[in-house]
Design a protein around this ligand. Structure first.
Ligand code: 13P
Length: 289
């Protein structure tokens, strides 16, 4: 199997993005992997600290290996939004392929210091590191009933991105560019600030750029962001909404159904539909060779 770095470099050269789909239980994992295998898309399975504590770091790694073997698909694992070196070390030692240290709420110097520590541990294991500069706020699963306001001062400043990348030597960089975790109740979020992405890319051309908060982002903005160099897009809220919404409806309509393998397939199917639409939008199908 080729490395994750190979797929990122290929995504950059051919202008597509590798999806990161977050999960916290095996039904979601199954849905993500089934559809990605059918469409032959390389994928990153993401777990936040909370998701991975529920699922288990070792369990996630073991199942990644089983599913890789069974499907032949390049499946990679990322520890998303890790908040401490200690937890990211546990994920790296368990066998994650990449880890994301989110020090974006810390002062820049502190963010740099811990990211460097993570990078040092990752280096000898060949693990990729994602860092973050600029404030994103908000959590996946949040549904905003009012327009989500992004403060100008929270957007990533090109000079800070440059200093951060130069000192930490991260492989990937997540920035604040009008994106946010969660989704507006309308289902469509405000437009991205592509000018912020462009300015950051000009200052730091040698790092791979990541888009967080992919749920609800207008499709034309996603396409434009990929053209401007985004190689990984994270999706969580839309998957959670599909899974829980479907399950809730199904169980309400079938009060007597208590057999998981009978009531879960519908929810799995609804997650598959989201996965399919994102793979098509990110143009990552048929890119596994
Ligand atoms: P959404 O929940 O908005 O899709 O964001 C996911 C994400 O960025 C995880 O890191």
């Amino acid at each position: 199997m080729k490395t994750l770095k190979y797929y990122f470099e290929r995504a950059q050269a051919e202008k597509f993005a590798i999806p990161q789909f977050n999960f916290s239980d095996f039904s979601q994992m199954k849905a993500i992997v089934n559809k990605s295998a059918e469409l032959k898309s390389p994928i990153i399975l993401g777990t936040s600290e909370g998701e991975s504590k529920f699922f288990g770091l070792q369990e996630a790694v073991a199942l990644r290996d089983v599913l890789r073997k069974k499907t032949g698909l390049p499946i990679f694992l990322n520890l998303d939004h890790g908040k401490s070196f200690e937890y990211l070390k546990q994920a790296m030692d368990a066998g994650y392929d990449m880890v994301h240290f989110d020090g974006s709420k810390l002062p820049l110097e502190e963010n740099i210091k811990i990211t460097k520590e993570v990078k040092k541990h990752a280096k000898w294991k060949g693990i990729l590191i994602e860092g973050e500069v600029g404030k994103l706020g908000t959590d996946s699963s949040t549904l905003y009933s009012e327009k989500f306001e992004i403060k100008e001062e929270d957007l990533t400043k090109p000079e800070e991105a440059q200093k951060f990348v130069k000192e930490t030597k991260v492989d990937l960089l997540a920035i604040s560019m009008g994106n946010f975790h969660g989704i507006e109740i309308s289902g469509i979020d405000p437009n991205l600030r592509l000018d912020v992405l462009k300015a950051a890319r000009e200052k730091v051309p040698d790092v791979l750029f990541v888009l967080h908060g992919g749920s609800g982002t207008p499709e034309e903005d996603i396409k434009e962001a990929i053209k401007l160099g985004i190689v990984k897009i994270n999706i969580n809220t839309e998957l959670r909404l599909a899974f829980s919404g479907n399950l809730r409806r199904y169980l309400k309509d079938n009060l007597e159904e208590i057999t998981p393998y009978k009531f879960l397939p519908d929810a799995i199917n609804s997650v598959e539909k989201v996965v399919e639409s994102k793979i098509k939008l990110f143009d990552s199908a048929n890119k596994i060779y």
